[in-house]
Every structure is written in C-alpha cells, then in structure tokens.
Ligand binder design. Structure first.
Ligand code: PCP
Length: 388
C-alpha cells in the first residue's frame, strides 16, 4: 500500500475499482459463455439542488479510460461542457456487455463528480457575471483528485485555479493571493505585501494584499495602497465570520476610502465561505471572488448507466425507456428533444444531434478538446440560459 488510500490508474484500468457485483456478473456470464451485445445509456433521472440544467464534465477521462480497455466498443457521447437536462442521454456505449460491465463504477464516478463541480462553477459564473472568479477549493478534498477538481472548476467557468497541479493539468498559470500566515510571519500587512511584490510579484503575478489578518480591513487597505501605490493590484478581504457583519457595506466603505485617496486602480477581491447566494449579494461590491468548498464539494450529478438494447432489440429494466436514442438540442434555447434512434428526425434547422461517435471499435475517433475549448463552449451556452 502506497502513501495514499487511493486507487492507481492501473487499478482503475484493470477494473479493480468496480463494485463486487459487477465482477461476479462477468464471472457468471463468462462461465455460461453468455455474450450479449448491448447498448447502454448514461443519463441522470434528476439533478441535485433543484437544478434545471447541468454541465457535462469528466468526459475526457471517461473516454480515455474506455479507449485504454482496447475492447470493441462503440461510444457516442455529447461534447464535454454540454449543458444537459435530467433524462438527456449524454453517452451511449455499444459492445459485448462482458467487455465493459465492470467499468460502470469508475465511468459513473468520473462523470458524476466532475459534472457536479463544473455545474456549480458555472452557476457561480452566472452569479458573478464578468467579475473574476477563482477556484480555491483543493484544500477541501483529497489531494489525489485536486487536478480533476480544478479542471472541472475551470471548464465550468472559473477564470483560474489556485492548486499548482490543477493549473498544470489545464496549462494555465496557478492563481491566488497571499495567506494570513505570510502576514503573521512579517507581523505587518504592508511589510508582507511589499515583500510579496519584491520577491514574487510582477508581470505574471499581481500583488494582492490580504487586509483582514491583524487590523481593520479599511485602514489596512488604505495603508497598503498608500505604501505600494500603482504596484498594488488589489486587496483581498477574507474576514472571519465572527467579524463579518454586513460585508457589502464594508466593501463599499473600503471602495470609498480607496477612491477618495486616488487608488481607483486597486481592485477588491473577496473570499471565505462564498456560495451562489453570497456571490449574487456581493457581486456589485467587489471585482473578484475566490470560492472553495462550494465548488470543490459540489453535489454529484447522479448519472446512471442502463442497458437499453440487447442483441439489437430495445430492452430496458422497469422505469427506463428502451432503445438507443438521439438527443437533439436547440442551439438557441438549449431545449432538448430525445427520440428513439430508430424513428429519429431532425426537429429543425436550429437543432443539433449532440451524441457523436467518439470511440469506434474501441479506438478514439476524435481529437479531445482542450479545457480552454470546453470552457468557451460552456460560457457560450451559459449566455443562452434564461433565469431558472
Ligand atoms: C482560505 C482561502 C479561502 C478559503 C480558504 C477557501 O481561507 O483563503 O478564503 O474558501 P472556502 O471558504 O470557500 O472554502 P483561510 O484558510 O481562512 O485563509 P488563508 O488564505 O490564510 O489560507
């Protein structure tokens, strides 16, 4: 056993993270030489927190896993970053059930968690509009999955991520400001901020001073602004809840005092316990936000994987609609129409079939998009979404 209680990539590809009943199912089917060619679909019967839409994420890892199996699987999948609704079939896999049965567990895990994080990031994106939104949540989750969390937060709409391994995965610069510990080490906000600027600050890393560690935020903000002038890009307010009071009024007061003294260039960044309602409340009183737990500890989207066809005939368990499907999405309204593939017809010029063949007999048949390309797709769709 290594240092961490985590599965290695090789374990996942070897099917060792499956649920036991899948492994037993394969043993039974093999022993009886039962090889059923099935089509399965992945869809969420409902979405958490009353969400009417969600963002599909985790597809990159899911397709790489399915490709790594080197089995004769045909996989159709909606592009990562697609907005979907409950009951939209986001992926369909066709092949010998024995070949991929045990991968239901890891496959769903990859899609369920990443889609929850990406959706929550997207909802925070909508809440803050065009203000800066950074992901600060790696410290709330197991470090082995920090890169995945940050990638999902980025494609969901965050402008940047704080975790270095996550930033490297998405090929973005790691973002962040300074911790309270730095100010305590210097014993003074201005000294800590000056040192930050002199040692790490510059063109790539802007100097953002944390002003709530020792004294009143307003007076510390004035002090650092007076001391650093144009070298100060922003101040961060991470006021402890015990002293938070009316944060909007505090931020407006700081803004007033900074502007009064000619420091209009100094932006105001807020973090600490932020979620969607708080972001909406603070949106017009600050220039940027750092969100941790609310995004990294997002609810999962409970996708299920179900057989819908067997040996070419429609077949599904009770409660599920049988038959392979076509998922149409309206380019303008993002509305969905789901039709049985056998009787599918394009509903009109503005409708796109989202399920694309991405694995053909087990080989990736498409170039997987970059996190940046997926993020652009998400932001484009968010602009189409009306109020919930
Ligand atoms: C941390 C960070 C964010 C917090 C955690 C993450 O604060 O600065 O404010 O966000 P969350 O509250 O949304 O989960 P602290 O640990 O208080 O401070 P420091 O910056 O000194 O690490």
């Amino acid at each position: 056993m290594g240092l961490l209680h985590t599965a290695r990539e090789a374990d996942i590809v070897a099917g060792k993270t499956t649920d036991a009943y899948f492994e037993r199912t394969v043993r039974i089917l093999r022993r009886r030489n039962i090889h059923r060619r099935v089509t399965v679909e992945v869809r969420a019967g409902s979405l958490p927190n009353g969400w009417s839409w969600a963002v599909l994420a985790g597809v990159d890892e899911a397709l790489r896993l399915l490709a790594a199996l080197k089995r004769k699987l045909d996989v159709e999948c909606a592009p990562e970053g697609s907005v979907f609704h409950a009951s939209d079939p986001v992926m369909q896999i066709a092949g010998d059930y024995v070949d991929f049965c045990v991968y239901e567990t890891p496959l769903l895990g990859l899609l369920c968690q990443a889609s929850g994080i990406a959706t929550t990031a997207a909802r925070c994106r909508i809440a803050v509009g065009d203000k800066e939104l950074l992901s600060f949540g790696a410290r709330r989750m197991h470090p082995a999955i920090a890169p995945m969390i940050e990638r999902a937060a980025f494609i969901g709409g965050c402008d940047g991520v704080a975790c270095i391994a996550g930033a490297r995965l998405i090929r973005e610069p790691a973002r962040g400001t300074m911790p309270h510990a730095l100010v305590l080490c210097f014993g003074d906000t201005v000294e800590a901020t000056r040192a930050f600027h002199d040692i790490v600050g510059g063109r790539k890393i802007s100097t953002v001073s944390l002003v709530d560690t020792i004294n009143d935020e307003k007076f510390e903000a004035i002090r650092v602004a007076e001391a650093l002038g144009k070298e100060l890009a922003a101040i961060r307010v991470d006021t402890p809840t015990s002293r938070r009071g009316d944060l909007v009024r505090l931020l407006r007061e700081i803004r007033w005092e900074l502007d009064l003294r000619g420091h209009q260039h100094v932006k105001i960044f807020v973090s600490g316990g932020l979620d969607e309602p708080k972001l909406r409340e603070l949106r017009d009183a600050a220039d940027g936000f750092g969100v941790g737990t609310h995004i990294s500890n997002a609810p999962t989207v409970d996708f299920a994987l179900d057989i819908v066809e067997m040996d070419g005939r429609p077949l599904a368990k009770r409660g599920k609609r049988s038959g392979a499907k076509v998922w149409w999405q309206n380019r303008d309204t993002l509305e969905s129409i789901v039709q049985p593939r056998a009787a599918s017809r394009c509903p009109g010029k503005k409708w796109d079939a989202l399920l694309q063949l991405v694995l053909r007999t087990g080989k990736l048949s498409t170039k997987l998009p970059t996190p940046q390309e997926i993020r652009v797709r998400v932001l484009h769709q968010l602009s189409k979404l009306g109020p919930e």
